[in-house]
Design a protein around this ligand. Sequence first.
Ligand code: HEC
Length: 156
Amino acid sequence: MNNRLPVLLLLLLAAPVGLSPAAAQQAMTEGDMPMMATGIVLPRMDAAAGRQLFAAKGCVLCHSVNGVGGQDAPPMDAEYMDAMMNPFDFAAGMWRGSEAMVALQRDELGDQIELTGQELADITAFVHDAEEQKRFTEADIPAPIAALMMKMDGGE
Ligand code: HEC
């Protein structure tokens, strides 16, 4: 009985979705990422990649981190983020500000910024990571974006 109890439990857990115990266990995680709801896993979030993306995707045109970036929009320093941050709140903030952001992006960049889910996840990790933000400098800004910032500073 001692040995069989865990197996029985697994079978019970797996039964409703019709999976074998092994498959059920695999389905609960994707790599080592926990499943958040049926079929939902969060991606790994890489703040260092986010540092590059924040600049390369042009967020830096309007938002600043570490004093680097535009002043047209709220700064994105970690100190302004919730200590325990729900990444969907960040995305919801983007949704809320989307009208103003898309209009400004069309003005400044000519088009709306394209983002994959992974890219947004990495940017979200970056805005919440005070240590990674200390590494953010002008040197992270690719030349085309830097040129646009100069143009904006010049007062369009
Ligand atoms: C062209 C300017 C511009 C660019 C580029 C831009 N934003 Fe914004 N963003 C804004 C403005 C302006 C607001 C404020 C909108 C409002 O208050 O209605 C805003 C608001 C936000 C908010 C909500 C902030 C809050 O306090 O609720 C988030 C989050 C955000 N932006 C993230 C991003 C990210 C991430 C990127 C890059 C992928 C980005 N933004 C690119 C101008 C920009």
